[in-house]
Ligand binder design. Structure first.
Ligand SMILES: [Zn+2]
Length: 235
């Protein structure tokens, strides 16, 4: 595996992009995404086809690189002794956290085989006040977000924090609710977040919500997505 990565690092070596997940300089990132009418109408950040997405060495995407940079800059997750719950884990983030031997790390997913444990975010199988941090990316649009946030707060320790992201349609004034689910691409959405996303997260969590967005002001050496957004929630 390590040998394979070394070969890929040499094969794709270049000075255009740097992948902060696998520590590789590469000459290109692979494109990703397809045409989706709803994403175009709702002006979804990162919806549809986009360039410089997938690292050719490790396979992680632009959103995972941004999340990793935010974890490094805004959280102690990679360094301190913490209990962490990570929903629908991105392999790049999971592997980096696991390198911190002091961390008590559990990944969870509703589907078998995708994480350490099967965990239903609407009915989390852990005791109250178990975790210092929860990481939850691109999950809340598929579930009852009010119930999921209530459950995540229940298993957070006092002063525990969350870092999360959801798809956002900047063309939508308000979050659209689909009571019986809406098929978009390969997935069934319970809602699609609009420009009110921060207010909605504040209202559902009762926590302080900090919004962090990527704005390209030059070279974009990490190959990030313009407008990519994450939220930090704390008491
Ligand atoms: Zn990489």
């Amino acid at each position: 595996m390590k040998f394979d990565k070394t070969v890929k690092k040499m094969k794709y070596f270049g000075i255009r992009y740097y992948c902060n997940i696998c520590d590789s300089w590469v000459n290109h990132m692979k494109p990703d995404g397809g045409k989706e009418e709803f994403f175009e109408q709702a002006k979804v950040i990162g919806g549809g086809y986009r360039d410089h997405v997938i690292c050719p060495v490790c396979g992680n995407k632009d959103r995972t690189r941004f999340m990793d940079l935010c974890i490094q800059k805004y959280t102690p997750i990679y360094e301190q002794k913490l209990a962490i719950l990570h929903f629908a884990p991105e392999s790049g983030i999971r592997d980096k956290i696991k390198k911190n031997p002091r961390c008590k790390y559990i990944s969870g997913d509703i589907l078998k085989g995708r994480a350490d444990r099967i965990v239903d975010i609407e009915n989390i199988c852990f005791k109250n006040a178990s975790f210092d941090w929860i990481i939850c990316n691109y999950v809340l649009q598929y579930v009852d977000d009010e119930q999921a946030i209530r459950e995540m707060k229940r298993v957070l320790k006092p002063n525990g924090k969350m870092i999360l992201s959801v798809p956002i349609g900047i063309g939508l004034d308000q979050t659209m609710i689909f009571p019986s689910g809406k098929h978009i691409g390969q997935s069934v959405y319970k809602r699609f977040y609009g420009r009110d996303v921060k207010e909605r997260l504040e209202k559902l969590s009762g926590m302080k919500v900090k919004r962090i967005s990527y704005k390209n002001s030059g070279r974009n050496k990490y190959g990030l997505l313009e407008g990519d957004t994450i939220f930090l929630l704390e008491d």
